[in-house]
Structures are given as structure tokens and as C-alpha cells.
Write a protein that binds this ligand. Structure first.
Ligand code: ADE
Length: 250
């Protein structure tokens, strides 16, 4: 998986990506990240990349020229490909990123990110680059760099070879639309709080059942919107109905 990031703050991207698991994946070459500084491509003699919005209004708008020229440099670097690489523009006006989109993106060989700043980007740049507009949630950040890093992190862990064998068991969380069950590690007792005894029983089937039930319980409490899509057995559906009726009674 090769990521290309068009940004005004390349150092921010590299600092974030070179740590922890993505850092290890970069070292081993399973993923690559290359940044392109949009400012390097401006034709404006003072190095400006933005201007006032036509029609008035607050803030500045990033101009189409440096973005389009930067994109051409990225495409030249990528070279000939079978299909046009996806260009993702990070914006609160986009569709909301989730695990399903991450799985789809993880199949790509090359992904280009466009990080905006100021009040946005000249719409013509987005049209010319045929961007896919993606938001990471219903809140507004100062720029697209953190969202791009979040997306690269999430996509990377789905790329074969990025996670170790033990870590990859975790891949399924969220896939089945349930939140994770609570986890515990040593010691058995901490500040008067004990690890649930079933986890010490060594009885794997009971542990699995307990974990699924805690997942269902937690999802009902925190993210009930996920439950209609959750993959539950008949017994688990019955358990959910019981929880729901208990909640109504209380
Ligand atoms: N840029 C600013 N806010 C954003 C968000 N929520 N998602 C993606 N890009 C953004």
C-alpha cells in the first residue's frame, strides 16, 4: 500500500506515521508514505497558495493551480497504473469514514490524500482531480492532516503483514457491528476491583459466550444504532431482547 499525501505540513504527517505500528510497517516496506508539499508547486512569486473567496465571506480559499500541479507530480511519481488512483479530499463535507470504507480502501495499491486548510479548496481542483470527499466525523478540524493520518492508520492495519499474527485477531472488531468486550490483565485484584471470575476459569466456550454478551450489552448501551446490522445468533438475539425489555422496565 502506497500513500501519497498532498499537504502544506509534510513534517506533521511523517512525524505521526513513523511511530508505533505504522512506523514498523514503513520500516519493513509493507506500506509507504510520501508527502508532497503543495507550496512547492505554486506559481505565485511569494509562495502563496490561497486567496480571498469570490463572492466574499470569511477566510481564505486554497487555489486550484498549486493543487493541480502538485497532483500531476504525484501522478508522475506513481507512473502508469491500471486504474486511476483514488484521490481522497479530507473535508467535513464528505461521506463519513468507517471500518467498511477502510476495508474497501485497503484493497487499493495507491491512495492519494489531499489535505485542505483555511476555509476550503477551490471547487475546480476537486472536480479536476475527481476527488472522493471524506470526513472523519461531524466536527471541524483546522486541516486535513490529522484526518489523513487517522485514515492511513486505520487502512494500514488491514493491509496484510502490517499487524502481527496475534494482533490481527483484533481486525474483526467493529466489522460485525459490535463494540469490543471489556479486557483485563494482571493483577487479579486492583484497588478492590476483581477480574470477572469466568475469565480465570479456563472454560473457553463460557468465556466466549460471556464476551459476546458483554459486547452486546455495551453496544446496546453506547451505540444501539449498530445493532440492526450486527451478526447475532438466535440465542444472542434472545439475549438482546431480554436486555431491551429490562431497560424498558427500569
Ligand atoms: N477537515 C476539517 N475537519 C475535518 C473532518 N471532520 N474530517 C475530514 N477532514 C476535515
Amino acid at each position: 500500500m502506497n500513500f501519497y499525501v498532498m499537504t502544506l505540513f509534510p513534517e506533521m504527517i511523517m512525524e505521526g506515521m513513523k511511530t508505533s505500528i505504522t512506523g514498523r510497517a514503513l520500516q519493513s516496506g509493507v506500506i509507504s508514505v510520501e508527502t508532497f508539499n503543495i507550496r512547492d508547486y505554486t506559481n505565485e512569486k511569494h509562495g502563496h497558495v490561497d486567496d480571498y473567496p469570490y463572492g466574499g465571506g470569511a477566510g481564505m480559499v486554497m487555489q486550484a493551480q498549486p493543487i493541480c500541479d502538485c497532483y500531476e507530480a504525484v501522478m508522475k511519481k506513481i507512473g502508469e497504473t491500471e486504474k486511476k488512483p483514488r484521490v481522497i479530499y479530507l473535508t467535513p463535507q464528505g461521506k463519513v469514514f468507517n471500518q467498511k470504507l477502510a476495508s474497501e480502501y485497503a484493497k487499493d495499491e495507491n491512495i492519494i490524500f489531499l489535505c485542505g486548510h483555511y476555509e476550503g479548496v477551490d471547487e475546480r481542483a476537486l472536480e479536476l482531480l475527481e476527488t472522493e470527499n471524506v470526513s472523519i466525523g461531524d466536527y471541524v478540524l483546522t486541516g486535513g492532516e490529522l484526518p489523513a493520518m487517522i485514515m492511513m492508520d486505520c487502512i494500514s492495519r488491514l493491509v496484510p503483514g502490517v499487524l502481527g499474527k496475534e494482533e490481527s485477531a483484533d481486525i474483526e472488531s467493529f466489522h460485525d457491528n459490535l463494540l469490543e468486550y471489556p479486557q483485563y490483565t494482571r493483577p487479579v485484584e486492583y484497588r478492590g476491583l476483581s477480574v470477572p471470575s469466568i475469565l480465570l476459569s479456563g472454560h473457553h466456550a463460557n468465556i466466549e459466550k460471556w464476551r459476546r454478551e458483554r459486547s452486546i450489552e455495551r453496544t446496546l448501551k453506547v451505540r444501539p444504532d449498530l445493532l440492526p446490522e450486527a451478526d447475532l445468533s438466535d440465542k444472542e438475539r434472545a439475549f438482546l431482547r431480554e436486555l431491551e425489555s429490562d431497560r424498558k422496565d427500569n
